[in-house]
Design a protein around this ligand. Structure first.
Ligand SMILES: [Zn+2]
Length: 153
């Protein structure tokens, strides 16, 4: 199927891939987890690469149906990654977990994603991952349309 959406590609580093699937297989999903997605755009390969993610921090809100990223540590971790990578790695989006097999974003998720994509200083789009109990799904948005996208390791 060829359409506009197929021109956007995203890859996940083996480390992040393994970390997310390991989280999925060991987590009880009693409360939501989440964090930031960090990476860069590979102009040669013409795809985005997710290289790192952050995990829930002390000040974050982890409720049964809600994850709110409140802790400043996410930003600090991201700043460190930015510096250590020679200013290549930066904010790509957000991830969180859902206690459902095939996760779908809530109305609140979608509005939050659009808002964050508009605030995103580096790229026109941002990526959002939801880790469900059986499936991990990824979307991207430019602040308007939200499109599901397959990711490769
Ligand atoms: Zn959600």
């Amino acid at each position: 199927m060829q359409n506009e959406a197929s021109t956007i590609k995203v890859k996940i580093s083996s480390e992040v891939y393994k970390a997310l699937y390991s989280f999925q297989s060991t987590n009880s999903f009693s409360v939501e987890y989440g964090g930031i997605i960090v990476g860069y755009y590979d102009a040669t390969e013409k795809n985005y690469v997710i290289t790192d993610i952050t995990w829930p921090q002390k000040e974050d809100v982890q409720a049964k149906f809600r994850f709110v990223r409140k802790d400043h540590a996410h930003q600090s971790i991201m700043d460190d990654l930015w510096e250590k990578s020679g200013r290549i790695k930066s904010y790509l989006g957000e991830w969180h977990s859902h206690r459902e097999k095939h996760p779908t974003p809530s109305w609140i998720d979608k509005n939050g994603w659009r808002k964050k994509a508009k605030e995103q200083p580096n790229y026109d789009i941002s990526f959002f991952i939801i880790v469900g109990t059986e499936e991990i799904r990824c979307w991207y948005t430019n602040g308007k349309n939200i499109t599901m996208i397959n990711f490769n390791e």
